[in-house]
Design a protein around this ligand. Structure first.
Ligand SMILES: Nc1ncnc2c1ncn2[C@@H]1O[C@H](COP(=O)(O)OP(=O)(O)OP(=O)(O)O)[C@@H](O)[C@H]1O
Length: 287
């Protein structure tokens, strides 16, 4: 039987009049690598932000291993979900090791006073943290750069370091937002190996990607978001063969397009804005 690690139920996210994510049900099971794809602006990052507590969904719930998550990023991390971001967010002036140690703070029990007084409990915990951080650096192949400043690493290694930092919180689920963005083909292949290795450590992985080859090679299952709605979900073979997916990427309309209502809303809003714009121009010209 498959065990769900992550379960999103009926998640909707609205920004004013714009529905960026609409009634999405979504599951990641233990041991799975799941890909989330969709054209630009489809709502993928917004959905990630709903999963990780960065946004409070307008409707719906997100559960991790059967428990509904509070929409607060640090509580989501503490529960067992870690993520990386589309744009690298490292502490540029900290060393490689320090960046990973920062990622461990949700797992260290030592309190503020213990840290300030640097008592024996703190020192022991600090040593254990450092050992664990070094294991992670070995795992991603950056142990030899432990004392380098993050900002001096080449781009591909900065991305790896972000993954190590996320793994430092000992997650059961890792969310990767465009892990290969800006990478050359060799770096992309290395990232593919790394994601398989992460899964083999028992961490489920959910990734957003624009590199289709990468996502279809890696994923056990792929879900396609189009205009905020889940259009198709299945094995890479099923998704690649689905003509609605091809149409969505080529921007062609198709029968039962789940985004039709949304497109009509946007058109109506644009028409209204145009009408207002014309009126104010006319007023301006009259002055
Ligand atoms: N904070 C926000 N406020 C208002 N609108 C937003 C906000 N964040 C996202 N949106 C809108 O929601 C829609 C979905 O955007 P989102 O970034 O989630 O798409 P995406 O699929 O991740 O796109 P991309 O592949 O280009 O990164 C877009 O129309 C975007 O402009």
């Amino acid at each position: 039987m498959t065990t769900p690690v992550l379960e999103a139920r009926d998640v909707t996210m609205r920004f004013g009049g714009l529905t960026a994510v609409r009634s999405v049900d979504f599951t990641v099971n233990a041991g799975e690598i799941v890909g989330l794809i969709g054209p630009n602006g489809a709502g993928k990052t917004t959905f990630f932000n709903c999963l990780t507590g960065l946004y409070v969904p307008t409707e719906g719930t997100v559960s991790y291993k059967g428990t509904v998550l509070p929409p607060k990023p640090h509580l989501v991390t503490q529960a067992g979900i870690a993520r990386t971001f589309q744009n690298i967010r490292l502490f540029a002036n900290m060393t490689v090791l320090e960046n990973v140690l920062v990622g461990r703070h949700t797992r260290t029990k030592e309190g503020l006073w213990s840290a300030l007084l640097r008592g024996p409990g703190f020192k022991k915990a600090e040593r254990a943290s450092e050992e664990r951080a070094m294991e992670l650096l070995e795992f991603i192949g950056l142990d030899h750069k432990r004392d380098h400043l993050a900002r001096n690493l080449p781009y591909g290694e900065q991305r790896k370091l972000e993954i190590a930092r996320a793994m430092a919180s000992e997650p059961g689920l890792l969310l990767l937002d465009e892990p290969t963005a800006g990478m050359n083909p060799q770096e992309t292949r290395a990232t593919e190996e790394l994601v398989f290795a992460i899964r083999d450590k028992g961490i489920a992985v959910l990734l957003i990607e624009h590199d289709m080859r990468f996502v279809f090679n890696l994923s056990d299952r792929v879900a396609v978001l189009v205009q905020g709605e889940k259009l198709v979900e299945g094995t890479p073979d099923v998704v690649q063969a689905d003509e609605r997916v091809v149409a969505a990427y080529l921007g062609e309309p198709f029968e039962g397009d789940p985004g039709e209502a949304e497109a009509a809303e946007v058109e109506a809003a644009e028409a209204a804005a145009d009408a207002t714009g014309t009126a104010s121009t006319t007023k301006g010209e009259a002055k």
